[in-house]
Ligand binder design. Structure first.
Ligand code: SF4
Ligand code: SF4
Length: 380
C-alpha cells in the first residue's frame, strides 16, 4: 500500500544541506539548564560528563574535520551553524582555523556561530571577523554570522542564567565584531525567564548600543517533561557554584500570550502553534544535527537524548533501536550515503504514524509542550 506524508510537516533532506555541527564539549560558562552542566546538589555546576559517561571532554580534531569536510564535500552545503549543544565552538583551540576552512572551501557556505562570547580577547574576535573580509564571495555579501548571548541589562541579571560569563566582556566583543558590518552579521540573543522578561526592551537597546543589528529572544522551555522536575514545570531548581539552592522561573503565561501576539513563532517552523501531529521543523529547513562524536541526527532533540542516555533511550521504540544498526557517523561514512539508509527513509513515516518517536511528540507536537517561541527582529 502506498504510504502518504503530510509534506507541510516534513520534507526530506537534500543538498545544499544546512548543518548544526558540534566541534567541542568544552565551555567556559555554567548555564544551569545546559545539558553539559550538572546542576544537582553538590555538583557545583560541574561538567555533566562526570555523570553522563557518554559525554567526554573533547575537541573534535581539526584534522578529522578537514578530512571529512573536504573542499569537494563542502560544495554540498549551504550553511554550517556552530551552535552549542555540548560545548561552545569558540572554546576550540582552532576555532578560527575551522571557520576559515569552511569559508575558504566553498564560496556558497555561510558560517554561523552561536556563542556566550565571554572567552578570548578582542584581538581574537577582530581576527575572526577579518576572515569574512579575506573570504568575501560573489554569492553572499556576508558569510559570517555571530550570535552573542546577552541575558540581562547588568551582570546580576545576565549572570543568573549565563553563569561564569562577564556581560561587559561580551558586549565589548559585540562591539569589535560590529565594526565588520559589511562582511559580518552581528546578532544578540536573550533566553527569556521571568527574571528578565520585563527587561527585554532594555536588553535589546543595550545590544543595539554596542552595535548588534539583530536581536532574537527565545523563551526557555527547559523546565522538564519527563524528568525529576516534572512536578513543577514553571520552576527550575539548581545548586550554584557554592552549592546554594537557586531557582529559575518560567516566563509568565500573560507575558507568553503577549509575546505570541507580537508574532512569536516556534523555532524552525514559522508557525505560531503546534498541533497533535509533529511538525518536523528541522527537515522543513533542511537542517541536520551532527554531534561531537560524528553521529548524524535529524535534529538536536535526538542528538541530545542520544548522548544523555545512550542506547537505553532507544528502548521505547523499535524504530529508534535500529539507528545503531547503520553507520550514521559522518567521520566514517559520507552524508549522502547515510541519508540513503533505511533508517532515514523510514523516519518521516514514523514521525507521522500513530506511534511516533518520543522526542517528536515531546518536542514537536502539542501533546506535552507549546514549543520554543522566538522573535527575531532587526535593530535598524
Ligand atoms: S554557553 Fe551554551 S554550551 Fe556553554 S554552558 Fe551555556 S548553554 Fe551550555
Ligand atoms: S523531534 Fe522529530 S519531528 Fe521534531 S525536529 Fe526532530 S525528527 Fe523532526
Amino acid at each position: 500500500m502506498k504510504r502518504s506524508l503530510d509534506l507541510n510537516k516534513f520534507k526530506s533532506w537534500k543538498p545544499y544541506y544546512n548543518i548544526v555541527l558540534d566541534t567541542t564539549t568544552y565551555c567556559n560558562a555554567k548555564c544551569p539548564q545546559c545539558h553539559r552542566i550538572n546542576s544537582t546538589e553538590g555538583a557545583k555546576l560541574s561538567f555533566a560528563g562526570n555523570v553522563v559517561k557518554e559525554l567526554p571532554l573533547i575537541h573534535v580534531p581539526f584534522e578529522k574535520i578537514k578530512k571529512t569536510f573536504t573542499q569537494q564535500e563542502l560544495l554540498n552545503y549551504n550553511s554550517i551553524q556552530l551552535c552549542p549543544t555540548w560545548g561552545d565552538h569558540m572554546m576550540h583551540p582552532q576555532a578560527a582555523e575551522i571557520v576559515e576552512h569552511f569559508l575558504s572551501s566553498s564560496w556558497r557556505i555561510v558560517v554561523s556561530i552561536n556563542t556566550n562570547g565571554s572567552m578570548r580577547d578582542e584581538l581574537y574576535w577582530w581576527k575572526l571577523c577579518s576572515l569574512a573580509v579575506k573570504h568575501k564571495s560573489r554569492y553572499h555579501n556576508r558569510r559570517l554570522h555571530i550570535v552573542f548571548a546577552v541575558d540581562g541589562i547588568d551582570q546580576e541579571m545576565h549572570g543568573l542564567y549565563r553563569r561564569n560569563t562577564n556581560l561587559q566582556k561580551v558586549l565589548d566583543h559585540v562591539k569589535i565584531c560590529s565594526e565588520f558590518k559589511e562582511r559580518v552579521i552581528v546578532e544578540t540573543q536573550t533566553v527569556l525567564f521571568k527574571h528578565n522578561q520585563d527587561y527585554l526592551e532594555e536588553i535589546t537597546k543595550l545590544c543595539k548600543e554596542y552595535g548588534a543589528e539583530k536581536h532574537s529572544s527565545v523563551i526557555s522551555d527547559r523546565f522538564g517533561e519527563d524528568d525529576q522536575q516534572a512536578e513543577n514545570r514553571n520552576v527550575y531548581t539548581f545548586y550554584d557554584e557554592n552549592n546554594t539552592k537557586l531557582s529559575l522561573n518560567k516566563v509568565t503565561k500573560d507575558w507568553t500570550d503577549k509575546f505570541k501576539k507580537r508574532g512569536a513563532q516556534i523555532n524552525r517552523t514559522n508557525i505560531a502553534d503546534l498541533d497533535d501531529k509533529p511538525t518536523c521543523g528541522w527537515s522543513l529547513t533542511n537542517t541536520l544535527n551532527i554531534n561531537f562524536d560524528g553521529n548524524v541526527w535529524p535534529c538536536c532533540f535526538f542528538g541530545n537524548v542520544a548522548i544523555m542516555n545512550k542506547k537505553s533511550w532507544t528502548k521505547h521504540h523499535p524504530f529508534v533501536q535500529k539507528y545503531y544498526d547503520y553507520n550514521n557517523n559522518i567521520y566514517e561514512n559520507k552524508l549522502e550515503d547515510i541519508l540513503k539508509n533505511d533508517w532515514w527513509k523510514e523516519l518521516p513515516y514514523v514521525i507521522q504514524s500513530e506511534n511516533p518517536v518520543r522526542n517528536c511528540v515531546y518536542s514537536c507536537s502539542n501533546k506535552y509542550k507549546e514549543g520554543q517561541f522566538r522573535i527575531r527582529k532587526s535593530l535598524d
